[in-house]
Write a protein that binds this ligand. Sequence first.
Ligand code: PEP
Ligand code: MG
Length: 591
Amino acid sequence: MASGKKRVKLYGLVVSPGLARGRVCLLGRPVTVKRRSVSRDQIPKELERLNRAIEAVREDLRRTRRVIGHDLGEKEATIFDAQLLVLDDPYFRNRIESVVKDEQLAAETAIDAVVQEFASRLADAADGHLREGIEHFRDVGERLVEYLIEQSSRDPCPDRGDDLILVAEEITPTQVAHLNQRSVRGIVTGRGGATSHAAILARSLGVPMVANVRHGLRYLEPGAPVIVDAYRGIVIVHPLPRDVRLFERRQEEIAIQLAQEDEILRHPSHTRDGREVHLYANIGSPDEVEEALARGAEGIGLYRTEIHFLNRARLPGEEEQFGYYRAVAEKARPRPVVIRTLDLGGDKLGRFLRMEPEDNPYLGLRAIRISLARPELFLTQIRALLRAAVSGNVRILLPMVSTVEEVEAARRLVERAKDELSAAGIPFGRDVPLGAMIEVPSAAMLVRDLLGLVDFVSVGTNDLIQYTVAVDRGNAQVSQLYEPLNPAVLRLLDSIRKAADEAGKEVAICGEMAGDTRYTALLVGLGYQHLSMSPFFIPQVKRVILNLHYSDAQRVAARILEIPRIERIRRELRSFARRLDREARSGLEPA
Ligand code: PEP
Ligand code: MG
């Protein structure tokens, strides 16, 4: 699988877990519509073409619905019911017809224009369900246009191989549905998240999918060999022989882990010598709570609230936000849910912010800095969060804190939000714990002072690594420096945990490191008892904990804290992991 081309490692979001290896099949935009005007006497012909397209697409959607219903079940098939409703929506059809007539446009041009118009209107809608409709309008519009210009994207990949990894900026539910009949091994997209319908179908089909690799998409040229680790959200283009060997080993490990998962889920999470380590889930929308709990999460350790607001032209209002936060609180009740205030900026820019471009967005107006610069945004979110706290065990977490003053200012705004709610007679939670993320070196150095102002802290290792080592977490060229085992990071982790213990306050880790089994023993040995991760990893991390002696882990962590070189730290950890493996295999089953 090695080739002369340069190896590139990309990071994205896991939206359908699994492992896949194959060659890139690059999908363009399914259809491109050229603007075509028609003369007045051609209009009846265009309306007739539109009519025929609607009939044909209706037939095709019904067929797809039957196949998906039969193969995957009724729940998945309802996606196509929704598309049939869109197709037969009289308002949609009338609008296309009037654009054909009034603007003298060909049917496909009119469809394209109306779909764009509806999509941008829905993007601004207050109701979340309405916005979900965008995907359906786009998909139905594409089907109609394909029919009309006889350019089929129905079979999205012309390549006939049986080891294809589909790569696209975005993928539609229709394209995923057609994979059903193809041997596609994996999907990688530039945009999108876990809750798109394409992602839901990919999960049902068991096709591993990594979304949101963003600019990384340009490295995925057609035919390139690629490895997709849709457990960790990693895509390796032009893998080296050692990547392939590691991939094969991971395939074997995952098979063993999956076989043991049920057994592991039944055990409470503690080490062999009784040290409790609580495991929580990181989520990006209320839809993920059930799955998180089913995988053994003791609560939600990080709800990244900005994720589902990113593609919006306007930030949702208080009522809509309240709906999301209450849903999470209710579903998880009585377990805790840590809801993070908007972490916008960096690579996450909502269109609604309309910010000036920045030279260094990661060092710019991001997260709490935006919230404090735009108090009306922050107050809206805080009011929604305080109200949701009536329905469950809500905690508020402030991202990217770098000074004591920021926390003080945030606290004042929380108090103001409470006063506003009291004055309006709206019920809210009065004692909602407030926490700070420790993800910037200055916050790590100030953690004792910050702990005087907050009820808990949560370490965001993703950013803590990037800011401590001064390495962009998304830049493939310096990815070798993005290293959780950098001793500077480990020593910060050690001092943060000690400060929290001294203050008698809870400290968690919610960056990717918390869900990576290579680091579990080390984090437990450093004294961490609250780890939050993507739900998929919970059973694997728990498995390591169940096999571990806290006293051994403490000894290894103490030794590692003395080592200044990354490679030696890695060797030390590996040899400890091998010892644990041997013990587990020699019949010492989980306590
Ligand atoms: C982190 O930085 O570790 C973190 C959890 O926040 P995000 O990944 O959303 O920046
Ligand atoms: Mg962060």
